[in-house]
Design a protein around this ligand. Structure first.
Ligand SMILES: NC(=O)c1ccc[n+]([C@@H]2O[C@H](COP(=O)([O-])OP(=O)(O)OC[C@H]3O[C@@H](n4cnc5c(N)ncnc54)[C@H](OP(=O)(O)O)[C@@H]3O)[C@@H](O)[C@H]2O)c1
Length: 273
């Protein structure tokens, strides 16, 4: 078989319809780029109009097969989620790929973690993700087939897998919840031909992590704590997305894919050194 045919057979996402929450910045924007430039029709959504508009203009200038479309939404309320779903329903009959990427964090030392910061993080990262997914299930199920099951990809975190917090306590707990929701929904939705997987990234440069890896010195310091010796780069995200969204990924469901350079398997110094 020719190389191009194999790649097409395994990773082709042409003409798939996708929603990416938080698709205008950071990891979400990387996912928008890889799906749009691979031929999917992508809708991006988040609170800040200027961010999603700018990302769409930038990507559309490079002439993807389908223009990226954007609309504002706030996943921290039921009304905001309903607005998003209604907007999408007017645009498309079905949905092939849902990327639940929007997320927020809050860091404070143990003993000083504010009460309200717990719910704030949980509301977006867990409640919003679950309710948006639930509301979009009819669209995801409507055209799903054995040959091409619809896909849900949740963006979790290594902090939801390893016992790591270092300040963002509600964030780590919220990402552990995202991983568990992923497994539960994978089990329940398999019969409807919908796969549900999560990425569990380690450190990647974004608005959220700029404080920690936003310059070379900080990046070097963080990289020292990553077994593989570097922070993540856009291709690490892109290849995982094409694998999980392409035909070749259609038998994978319930996976929490570690994208963390080995952090989740690092257990500290050898005991019998
Ligand atoms: N960067 C990392 O190292 C890393 C590691 C592990 C996991 N993650 C996860 O990756 C995802 C993306 O984060 P990022 O690092 O790329 O940071 P980011 O650029 O800050 O992305 C977060 C996105 O969430 C959106 N968002 C926040 N609140 C929202 C709300 N109420 N409604 C709708 N959208 C909302 C933001 O857009 P608006 O502000 O416009 O609403 C933004 O696009 C998050 O789930 C994060 O937890 C990141």
């Amino acid at each position: 078989m020719k190389k191009k045919n194999i790649i097409n057979e395994l990773f082709n996402v042409e003409d798939k319809i996708a929603i990416i929450t938080g698709g205008g910045s950071g990891i979400g924007k990387i996912i928008t780029e890889v799906l749009a430039f691979s031929g999917s029709k992508v809708y991006i959504t988040s609170r800040k109009l200027e961010v999603i508009e700018k990302a769409s203009i930038e990507i559309n200038a490079k002439k993807p097969r389908h223009k990226v479309e954007y609309f504002c939404s706030d996943l921290s309320s039921e009304v905001g989620i309903e607005k998003l779903v209604k907007h999408f329903e007017k645009k498309e009959e079905h949905l092939d790929i849902l990327i639940n990427n929007s997320g927020i964090s809050w860091g404070a030392p143990l003993g000083k973690f504010p009460y309200h910061a717990w719910d704030k993080v949980m509301t977006v990262n867990v409640t919003g993700l679950f309710h948006l997914t639930q509301s979009l299930l009819p669209k995801l199920a409507s055209k799903a087939t054995l040959a091409y099951p619809s896909r849900i990809i949740n963006i979790g975190s290594v902090m939801g897998t390893a016992a790591l917090a270092d300040g963002p306590y509600s964030y780590s707990a919220s990402k552990a919840a995202v991983h568990q929701i992923t497994r539960i929904l994978a089990k329940e939705l398999a019969r409807q031909k919908i796969t549900v997987n999560a990425l569990a990234p380690g450190p990647f440069l974004s608005r959220m992590t700029e404080f920690a890896v936003g310059n070379k010195e900080k990046e070097r310091k963080v990289s020292k704590n990553v077994p593989i010796g570097r922070i993540g780069n856009p291709n690490d995200i892109k290849s995982s997305i094409l694998f999980l969204c392409g035909p070749g990924g259609s038998y994978v469901t319930g996976a929490i894919l570690p994208l963390d350079g080995g952090i989740h398997v690092a257990t500290g110094p050898e005991i019998f050194e």
